[in-house]
Design a protein around this ligand. Structure first.
Ligand SMILES: [Zn+2]
Length: 351
C-alpha cells in the first residue's frame, strides 16, 4: 500500500509512452565484487549484505534503470536446496523484495518481482512440471504480497516452463514480462523459434515478451525483428554485454584463444573479461533494437551501471548519472579547454 504507487505510471502505461529500461545482472556483479559464488550462483548476499543489494539497486536507477528488480533470481527452492539452505527460502525472497521495494519507493522506479528457470523442469516428467509450477507459485505469492508492479519470468530454455511461470503470474493478477534464453541452436529446448515461443506467451496473457541473457548484442539482435513482427505486445531484449560471435553465439560458448591459463579453458563464467562490450556497443544495441520497435530494453549478466547509463542516453534519456558522462574537453592531454597547458597537449600523441 502506497500513495506514491497510485501516482506513478505503471509498466504498461510507460511502455505505451516509450521505453522501459530494466537493469538485470545482479548475480554476476555480486560475484565480481566478492559477495556471491560462481557455480551455484545463489543470491545469498541478499541476507548477508542487504545494504549492498539496496546500494546496487540505487546505482542502477541512478544510471537510468526504470525498474528495480528484486534480486530473487535463483532464490528458488531448488537452488536453496542445492546449498543446504532451503529453510531460508522464504526469508531470502521476502528480504530481496523488501530491498527492491524500498529503492523503488524512494526513486519512483517500477518494482518488479523475478522468477526464472527452475532447473528441475523436465518436459518428459509430469511430476517435475508440478514441482516447477509450485516453485513459481510460492515466489509469485511472496512478490504479490510485497506489492510488486509486475513480475519478470526470465532466462527460460523451455517455452513450456516459461508458460507455467506465466500462468502463475497471471493467476496472481499481475502483469508479466516473459523472456527466453536462446542457446547455440536458435530455438527453445522444446523446439520453438523465438517468435513462436513469444506468440505463445502473448496468447497466454504475457504483457511483454522477448529474449534475455546468454547471447550478446550481436547475436541477439538478429532475432528481434521476427519477434516484433509476430506479436502485438511490447518486445523485450536484455542481452549479456559480451562480444559473442556467429561461431560462438552464447557466453557459455566463448573461448579466449589468446589466454592459456583459464582453468578448463572455458571463459564462462569467471574469465569473460576480454569479451566485455564497452558502453558504446550497448548504446548501439539500444539504438538498433529501438529502430526495430523493441521498447523494453536492458542488460543481463555482466551488466554495470555505466552500461545502463549508455543505453539510457542512446534512448534520449539523461539519468542522474549523466551529470558525469564523459567530457574530454578538460583532459590534461586530449582536451581543448583554453586554460590547458600546451606542453601537455603537444605531448598527447606520445602518450
Ligand atoms: Zn543473465
Amino acid at each position: 500500500m502506497s500513495t506514491t504507487k497510485g501516482q506513478r505510471a505503471g509498466l504498461l502505461e510507460r511502455l505505451e509512452r516509450g521505453h522501459v529500461i530494466c537493469a538485470e545482472g545482479y548475480l554476476f556483479e555480486f560475484e565480481r565484487r566478492g559477495y556471491l559464488q560462481a557455480g551455484a550462483f545463489v543470491p545469498e548476499v541478499v541476507l548477508e549484505h542487504p545494504d549492498l543489494v539496496a546500494q546496487l539497486h540505487r546505482e542502477f536507477v541512478h544510471a537510468g534503470s526504470d525498474v528495480v528488480e528484486a534480486f530473487t533470481y535463483y532464490a528458488h527452492r531448488e537452488k536453496m536446496r542445492l546449498i543446504g539452505k532451503e529453510h531460508l527460502l522464504e526469508e531470502i525472497n521476502r528480504q530481496a523484495l523488501a530491498l527492491a521495494k524500498e529503492v523503488a519507493a524512494e526513486s519512483g522506479a517500477l518494482f518488479a518481482g523475478d522468477i526464472c528457470n527452475t532447473n528441475v523442469f523436465d518436459p518428459e516428467n509430469e511430476e517435475s512440471k508440478r514441482t516447477a509450477r509450485a516453485m513459481f507459485e510460492e515466489q509469485v505469492g511472496w512478490a504479490a504480497e510485497a506489492g510488486v508492479d509486475y513480475v519478470i519470468a526470465e532466462t527460460f530454455s523451455h517455452a513450456e516452463e516459461a508458460r507455467l511461470a506465466l500462468e502463475e503470474i497471471k493467476a496472481a493478477g499481475l502483469p508479466a514480462v516473459v523472456t527466453m534464453a536462446l542457446h547455440r541452436e536458435p530455438i527453445t529446448r522444446d523446439g520453438l523459434t523465438p517468435e513462436d515461443a513469444c506468440a505463445l506467451f502473448e496468447q497466454h496473457g504475457a504483457d511483454v515478451v522477448g529474449l534475455n541473457c546468454i547471447r550478446g548484442p550481436r547475436t541477439m539482435l538478429p532475432f528481434l525483428s521476427a519477434i516484433r513482427e509476430r506479436v502485438s505486445c511490447a518486445v523485450a531484449a536484455l542481452p549479456v554485454p559480451y562480444r559473442t560471435t556467429e561461431d560462438e553465439p552464447t557466453f557459455q560458448s566463448l573461448h579466449d584463444h589468446e589466454c592459456d591459463v583459464i582453468p578448463g579453458g572455458m571463459a564462462f563464467p569467471t574469465a569473460l573479461d576480454r569479451f566485455q562490450c564497452n558502453r558504446y556497443e550497448l548504446a548501439e544495441f539500444a539504438r538498433e533494437a529501438d529502430a526495430l520497435g523493441v521498447n523494453y530494453l536492458g542488460i543481463c549478466c555482466g551488466n554495470s551501471p555505466h552500461l545502463v547509463r549508455s543505453m539510457a542516453e542512446a534512448l534520449g534519456r539523461t539519468p542522474p548519472a549523466s551529470r558525469y558522462s564523459a567530457d574530454m574537453s578538460k583532459h590534461a592531454y586530449f582536451g581543448d579547454d583554453a586554460s590547458l597547458k600546451d606542453f601537455n597537449r603537444e605531448f598527447a600523441e606520445k602518450l
